[in-house]
Design a protein around this ligand. Sequence first.
Ligand code: NAP
Length: 290
Amino acid sequence: MPDTTNPPHRPSILVTGATGNLGREIVARLRIHGVRLRCLTRDQPDPQPGAEWVVGDLTDPGTMRQALVGIDAVFLIWPLLDSAPAHDLIAELTTATPRIVYLSSTAIDDQAARQSDPIVQVHADMEALLHDADLRPVVLRSDTLASNARGWARQVRAGDVVSGPAAARTAVVDERDVADAAVAVLLAQHDHLDHGPHLLTGPEVLSRADQVVQLGAALRRDLRFQALPAELARSRMLADGRPEPLVEALIAASTRRPESHRVTDHIQRLTGHPAGTFAKWALDHAAEFG
Ligand SMILES: NC(=O)c1ccc[n+]([C@@H]2O[C@H](COP(=O)([O-])OP(=O)(O)OC[C@H]3O[C@@H](n4cnc5c(N)ncnc54)[C@H](OP(=O)(O)O)[C@@H]3O)[C@@H](O)[C@H]2O)c1
């Protein structure tokens, strides 16, 4: 007869950004791990089996206090362009004391007084806030997510040229690998927890032009990337209805973020499998561009 006197502890895990490109992958993985799963969204969620969905906003401490009740570990993103509103969230985390897995950026330069652009600066500020509050976060610094390519789908459907702001070459990482790494550290035994920072990269340094060519190969089409001058990229993004502060942050990232040749084995170390290529991501997601 099974011993039911001391059932194993099922950790309660809160996933922020649960509806996003990365968060969806983490939710899908945690569902099959038998944890108690709580997912945060700002919108009224669709009821889905295997997870509790709660409405909340990272900048609204009342909703975050509710979301953190009974939580052992939290996968934390900070998708805002300013870290100032995070102070209230830090206070809530200090009270709740869950394990925190923070999704940061490989573009952080630990030697620099100021980071290359506002998006990287926010991640550096968030890491500092979490450390200064003695929250001992596990820091996952992610390279450019392959899923950003979804932003090209409309252009790919319309023609063979994908245009946008140029970006420095970097080791684009499959968000499914980042999700595997996040799940590994969310579920790791306390004694085996390495707080990082873990530098999560793909296996190959790619330009946007390289990515578009590889996407074309997956679609059996000759696609090419056209880098737009900053002024033109800015006016197009504004015309598309993107908020001005976001557009300025994206232009700053495009013009100021340096090229990175760093390829690490940290995905392999955390997950036990190698990081996948962008070419594989493109093949697996080709239907989304058809
Ligand atoms: N993309 C990259 O290359 C990259 C690289 C390094 C790090 N990161 C970090 O990874 C994060 C996730 O990336 P992603 O591509 O999965 O993002 P995404 O697809 O754009 O999703 C953003 C998520 O953030 C949630 N969100 C936005 N504002 C919120 C708020 N005020 N309160 C609560 N939730 C909020 C959204 O949830 P609802 O709309 O459902 O509320 C959504 O689930 C980014 O935000 C960034 O900080 C990204």
